[in-house]
Design a protein around this ligand. Structure first.
Ligand code: ADP
Ligand code: TRP
Length: 332
């Protein structure tokens, strides 16, 4: 039996990069995996507290991410689906891990290093300016999320691989000192596709270049129209290589549709027409999940109910792990 676990931090409207790079591949695992395997997918809401300061926003983002998972096909009968803050055992394990983690390891974590670097670049005297202890401890909390569930495989994007490796070394350190008590995650599978954003950089909310998943059709069309192109005229043959419209189209279309689009590029499809085709493709893929998403956002008690059920299942596992760890660490 293998346990798969992954989480998403609710800080913004989910975009097609999140869908194709993280959410869809995780859902496919749960659909195609062996029946004895265990899947835990959760909303890493307390991770968002490092940056979200408004409770209304916080709550909204939690529902948005939860509705997105469900709208894209997560089946709560197959996946234990919950939110992190409903599992208080997480925070207790995080403390135990923190007390066994060298501070220097956390100083080498990329999110903290990037924040220090940003302060350096801005000429700040205090290199820790604006950095809260939650951001510094982020990898410890993430390790607790993972280690609490004896998990083997953590499907995450490339940007999260370092965190999974840190979780593994925290487990190793505890095991070396206290005897084998935590499962060391074997793999972090970086399975998803890499999705470029409207301006060609990685699609990311930090760059403001995203195509949000579940906005109304009109807004989706407007966003797709913002994709940057070169200045080739209609009827001029165009390169698919380096064309963002084509790159994104490929992520949504079937192989034969992709071939067809290649032909159209050679024949000189105008950028305007290419954008219309892209919009139609993306919209066709997203329209059914969008309806489901809108239904869930309007009926949040359905989401609450799934999350509550998931939390009960998750806490059973979490409680057992924590008891085992406490026994070794404190003797009680
Ligand atoms: P963002 O970069 O917009 O802040 P997050 O860091 O919240 O997104 O990412 C959540 C998940 O989605 C992570 O597993 C991440 O690897 C994945 N992801 C985010 N952007 C992309 C992208 N452009 N292509 C592929 N996967 C992505
Ligand atoms: N840090 C992840 C992100 O920013 C979210 C996350 C929190 C997570 N805990 C996790 C992912 C445990 C995988 C496993 O996207």
């Amino acid at each position: 039996m293998k346990t798969y676990l992954t989480g998403i931090k609710p800080t913004h409207l989910p975009h097609i990069g999140n869908m194709l790079g993280a959410i869809k591949p995780a859902i496919d695992f749960s659909k195609n995996g062996k029946s004895e395997d265990r899947y835990l997918y959760f909303i890493a809401d307390y991770h968002a507290l490092t940056s979200v300061r408004d409770s209304e926003d916080f709550k909204e983002h939690v529902y948005e991410i939860a509705a997105t998972w469900l709208a894209l096909g997560l089946d709560p009968a197959k996946v234990i689906f919950y939110k992190q803050s409903d599992i208080p055992e997480t925070f207790e394990l995080a403390w135990i891990l923190a007390c066994n983690t060298p501070k220097g390891d956390l100083e080498r974590a990329h999110a903290y290093k990037a924040a220090v670097q940003a302060n350096k670049d801005a000429g700040k005297k205090d290199l820790n300016h604006g950095i809260n202890a939650g951001l510094f401890n982020y990898p410890v909390l993430m390790a607790a999320d993972i280690l609490l569930f004896d998990c083997d495989i953590v499907p995450v994007g490339k940007d999260q691989v370092q965190h999974v490796e840190m979780a593994r070394s925290m487990a190793q350190r505890i095991n070396q000192h206290y005897g084998d008590v935590l499962v060391e995650p074997q793999e972090s599978l970086s399975v998803g596709q890499y999705i470029p954003g409207l301006d060609g950089r990685k699609m990311s909310k930090s760059y403001g270049n995203t195509i949000p998943l579940f906005v109304p059709e009109k807004k989706l069309k407007k966003t797709i129209n913002k994709i940057t192109t070169d200045s080739k005229e209609p009827n001029e043959p165009k390169e698919t290589k380096g064309s963002l419209i084509f790159d994104i189209y490929q992520c949504f279309a079937s192989p034969s549709e992709v071939q067809e689009m290649k032909k159209k590029y050679l024949e000189g499809i105008s950028w305007g027409e290419a954008k219309v085709e892209l919009f139609e493709k993306v919209n066709a893929v997203l329209s059914e999940p969008r309806e489901k998403y809108e239904y869930l956002m309007a009926n949040r008690e359905v989401i609450d109910c799934h999350l509550k059920e998931g939390a009960v299942k998750a806490r059973k596992i979490a409680g057992e792990t924590l008891d085992r760890v406490k026994q070794r660490v404190t003797g009680f």
